[in-house]
Design a protein around this ligand. Structure first.
Ligand code: AHR
Length: 655
């Protein structure tokens, strides 16, 4: 801490600030305390804040299937959301007869009089084209597709012109696409048509489809995606590239998906998702009104989540519900009966077959059909999200036993509720230790920033036989207006806490920040790790902390100690030492970093520091970013200065 030197000056006692005392961190690379969990840092992706639909999912058309509904206000279900209609000699209605699939029961029906014409326009996720619309990049190609059919009258002359236009209707493409019912083998049955549009301007657009001719034409699954995307060959269509890269950069060892509360089902049992309804052809997937608003189109379904995990080098960690609705939201819980739970447990077992089974099994063959004959690297299944109490544990037991019987190698993850402290989590742990001692225990907590450094030793006292998955956490700053800031201070409190997680990484197997992604303008929850709009993204200080901790992690924890107020941890690999230190005080701290038997060496790494209240934004993305740092060790020691409110990470070669 800063010292004040009393000086007697002209008869007055004056206090002048002096430099902080030098602190020492002493590291002994040869004193190995334990292995570091190889899957310690990961990410958690839930479709909250338009993270997936309207975010990571490459689809630019909102409500492409005319299925939009509102979970919270079912009577206001709006199947036309995001569409505007311009009718000239024609009518439209929401078609329901003989749909593409029973899971996708609505479609656009256009009824044209002789020489009629109807234009339908979609604004995308960014609102109308004056405010954003569908974001287009000059020179890029966009893949368009839809399902179309006509009646006998339309079959003779029905046409659809597809274009991307400005709000005032001017084409933004080299040429529009033209589709004719006459060209189809069977113009009266649903057929998927596709084409590519080349764009001439960087601009917000609307997607416009002009139906002309006479008679009835039906359209559904109207889709437009940038050609440049990740996973274009996945059945769901793929992911936005910049956001996928921001996830890959975190070097996540696992990907927890798809929730969060959305996996539990909220308020209504019909809202509880089943993974089976999210796989297969996109037009057959069952969309669900999302707990957080909007729809989950399931364009990113379980198959695509598995593919994403593989794509970014992470282990997939699916979460399924445990036959109990989100207990935090739904006092009635509406649990499945125990018999129903036993039946449902088969679906969970089938999920593992979908990921791991031979291609001659029922679900393994679907995986192969979807384009992935090789098994996915599935090792964990979480059963339940933020559940607790007998109603949960009795159902968990049925499902986990079914899983273990069929797939003993799978680790089951049991929930310990939604809080860090108090009777609820204590009671959960008592039950879990008694009934499920082998399982990985999922803790979630969102606490005030200052709670984190104050509880850096939380896991020191946990029995060494238990295994923890910190499945959701974040440091929360006080609300400002409707949002909690993602400032440097919160990020550094998380960093301080993570040093404690690393020092306990013999029993904390995994941890991940929550939530991951947030679309500006569609905020359900703050803070978040990454903010984005249609064309850019902002990595928060917490993202930088996650990134640095993930990159500067060895395989073994080594003995290290500090004689002051710094938070620190040190790990090693065969040839290198990784050191982290966090200064949460408002004083600069001179640091002696001593590494036993190191001799002379060069350390390299990064420094993250600045105004504790500063945050990055889409406009100022780089207010808080790490800057490179190096230091020279001579006879085992290097001198460094830690600015107020700072994190340093260092790699030092070991000879
Ligand atoms: O991460 C946001 C939400 O917080 C998750 O959906 C839920 O599990 C928790 O309450």
């Amino acid at each position: 801490m800063k010292k004040f030197l009393p000086l007697l000056f002209a008869g007055l006692l004056v206090f002048l600030p002096a430099f902080s005392e030098t602190e020492t961190i002493l590291v002994n690379p040869e004193d190995i305390l334990h292995e570091v969990s190889p899957v310690l840092y990961g990410i958690f992706l839930e479709d909250i804040n338009c993270a997936v639909d309207g975010g990571l999912c490459a689809e630019l058309v909102k409500n492409r299937s005319f299925e939009n509904e509102s979970l919270l206000h079912p009577t206001r279900a709006d199947h036309w959301e995001s569409w505007t209609l311009k009718k000239e000699y024609g009518e439209t209605e929401l078609g329901e007869e003989d749909p593409l699939h029973k899971n996708n029961p609505h479609f656009l029906r256009v009824m044209l009089s002789e020489n009629g014409s109807v234009t339908v326009m979609n604004q995308g996720f960014g609102g109308n084209a004056f405010r954003g619309g569908i974001p287009l990049q000059k020179g890029e190609n966009y893949d368009f597709s839809f399902f179309l059919r006509g009646d006998a009258a339309a079959a003779t002359e029905g046409q659809v012109k597809v274009d991307l236009t400005s709000a005032s209707g001017n084409s933004l493409c080299v040429s529009p696409l033209l589709f004719s019912l006459k060209d189809l083998e069977s113009p009266t049955s649903w057929t998927r048509l596709s084409g590519s549009l080349t764009v001439t301007q960087t601009k917000g657009a609307v997607l416009s489809l002009t139906f002309s001719g006479a008679g009835v034409m039906d359209a559904d699954m109207i889709s437009c995606m940038p050609e440049d995307r990740v996973g274009a060959s996945w059945p769901g269509g793929g992911l936005r590239r910049d956001l996928t890269e921001a996830l890959r950069e975190l070097h996540p060892r696992f990907l927890r998906f798809p929730g969060g509360c959305v996996t539990e089902g909220s308020y209504l049992r019909s809202n509880a998702p089943n993974w089976k309804n999210t796989v297969g052809a996109p037009e057959t997937r069952l969309e669900l009104a999302n707990t957080w608003g909007g729809m989950q189109t399931m364009a990113v379904g379980f198959f695509e989540y598995f593919c994403l995990a593989e794509e970014i080098g992470a282990l997939p960690l699916p979460v399924v519900h445990a036959g109990v609705l989100c207990q935090a939201r739904t006092p009635a819980e509406d649990p499945l009966t125990l018999d129903e739970t036993a039946l449902y447990a088969r679906d969970v077992v089938d999920l593992i077959q979908f990921a791991l089974g031979d291609t001659n099994t029922e679900w393994g063959s679907l995986r192969a059909e979807m384009g992935h004959p090789e098994p996915f690297d599935l090792r964990y299944v979480a059963i339940g999200n933020e559940n607790w109490g007998g109603v949960y544990f009795n159902r968990y037991e049925i499902i986990r036993n079914a899983v273990k019987e069929a797939w003993p190698e799978i680790t089951c993850i049991v929930a310990a509720g939604p809080v860090a402290e108090g009777d609820l989590i204590r009671d959960s742990w008592t039950v879990i230790r008694h009934r499920f001692p082998e399982d990985l225990v999922d803790e979630h907590y969102y606490m005030d920033s200052s709670w984190f450094p104050a509880h850096v030793n939380r896991y020191d006292s946990y029995p060494r036989s238990t295994h923890v998955f910190l499945g959701e956490f974040a440091a929360h700053e006080p609300l400002r207006g409707t949002r909690r800031p993602n400032n440097l201070y919160a990020a550094l409190c998380e960093a301080a806490y993570l040093t404690g997680i690393e020092r306990n990484s013999d029993i904390v197997d995994m941890c991940c920040y929550a939530p991951l992604l947030c679309r500006e303008g569609a905020v359900d929850w703050t803070p978040d790790l990454i903010f984005f709009d249609d064309s850019s993204l902002c990595k928060t200080p917490s993202w930088h902390v996650q990134h640095l901790f993930s990159e500067y992690l060895g395989t073994q924890l080594v003995e290290s100690s500090a004689d002051g107020n710094l938070f620190q941890a040190a790990t090693r690999t065969e040839k290198e030492l990784q050191i982290k230190a966090v200064n949460l005080s408002e004083q600069e701290i001179p640091l002696n970093l001593e590494i036993l038997n190191l001799g002379d060496a060069e350390g390299r790494g990064y420094l993250l520091s600045g105004d504790p209240d500063a945050a990055n934004s889409l406009v100022k993305q780089e207010k808080i970013i790490p800057v490179p740092l190096s230091c020279s060790f001579s006879e085992d020691t290097a001198g460094l200065t830690l600015p107020p409110f700072s994190l340093i990470v260092l790699k030092v070669p070991l000879s």
